[in-house]
Design a protein around this ligand. Structure first.
Ligand SMILES: Cc1cc2nc3c(=O)[nH]c(=O)nc-3n(C[C@H](O)[C@H](O)[C@H](O)COP(=O)(O)O)c2cc1C
Length: 256
């Protein structure tokens, strides 16, 4: 379990120091990645160290990163079900592990050259996104980094807006399930593509919190998986979430 404060420690970092990652950190990350790949069908996360070739062509876009040299590639075998959601979920686990190890992170959906990512890809495997890792460049927070953060974080939304009344009003739901407030606040700590925050929560008749994507955002399965990890970390088993039921279609890795 994690507190809201721990979850809130993560913020996207887009400027990294050139300092190489120490072996002890690389070992911890590799161990966590191997554990996920061994136990979770269809997951083939791979760590790329000291190689920026996938980012060389994207200097002037949304993905304007400084020193993007270390990252985890979210490689999945798309012949397995629910791989978008699972990749989001386990990537967020790796992100929070990285934060615990003192690293800054940033999910990158489209602004990298998938053909230049030096990882093993077999038939049916696909790189869904990558997660940049590294020490945040603290002193020289670049102008571009500040601008992106400002555009994306125009206003922190109200946690109450993420509840959907499906027969139980928010006021009633907060009495029936006191962990709902923490869950709604935990949702706000989860990263999402373009900060669109598509995931919503509701309460079912057993007072379990249910996370879902509304009709207008059915393709945001990666964001749903990420949010579920944060929700489980914050409220544990009062969350009802069927990990193995999903409707998903593959989205090309475009600008996310
Ligand atoms: C699936 C996914 C793809 C993303 N792609 C990019 C990207 O291409 N470039 C970028 O700068 N940030 C990207 N982000 C980071 C989001 O913009 C960021 O998480 C969001 O604005 C919330 O900010 P925070 O992470 O600081 O809380 C992505 C996030 C997710 C979850």
């Amino acid at each position: 379990m994690m507190t809201l404060e721990q979850l809130g420690q993560r913020h996207s970092v887009r400027s990294f120091s050139p300092e190489p990652l120490p072996d002890s950190i690389l070992r911890s990350l590799k161990a966590e990645i191997t554990d996920i790949n061994t136990h979770e069908a269809g997951m083939h996360f791979q760590l790329v160290v000291n190689d920026d070739s996938a980012f060389r062509g994207f200097r002037k876009s949304y993905g304007f990163f400084s020193n993007p040299r270390n990252y985890i590639a979210a490689v999945v075998d798309k012949s397995y079900p629910c791989t978008l959601r699972k990749a989001g979920y386990f990537a967020e686990q790796l992100v929070m592990k990285s934060v615990e190890l003192g690293l800054g992170t940033c999910f990158v959906g489209g602004t990298f050259d998938a053909a230049s990512v030096p990882v093993q890809i077999r038939a049916d495997w696909k790189i869904l996104f990558v997660v940049l890792l590294g020490y945040a460049e603290k002193d020289k927070k670049r102008a571009m980094d500040r601008i992106i953060t400002k555009i994306i974080h125009r206003k922190e939304p109200d946690w109450k807006a993420f509840y959907v009344d499906k027969g139980i009003s928010l006021d009633e739901a907060l009495i029936k399930q006191p962990a709902l407030e923490t869950a709604l606040k935990a949702l706000l700590t989860a990263p999402s593509a373009l900060n669109k925050r598509p995931v919503r929560l509701t309460l079912d008749s057993d007072n379990k919190i249910v996370a879902f994507l509304p009709e207008s955002a059915k393709d945001r399965e990666i964001d749903l998986g990420i949010a579920i990890w944060n929700l489980e970390a914050a409220v544990g088993d009062v969350l009802r979430f069927p990990h193995d039921e999903c409707e998903e279609t593959y989205q090309p890795a475009e600008h996310q």
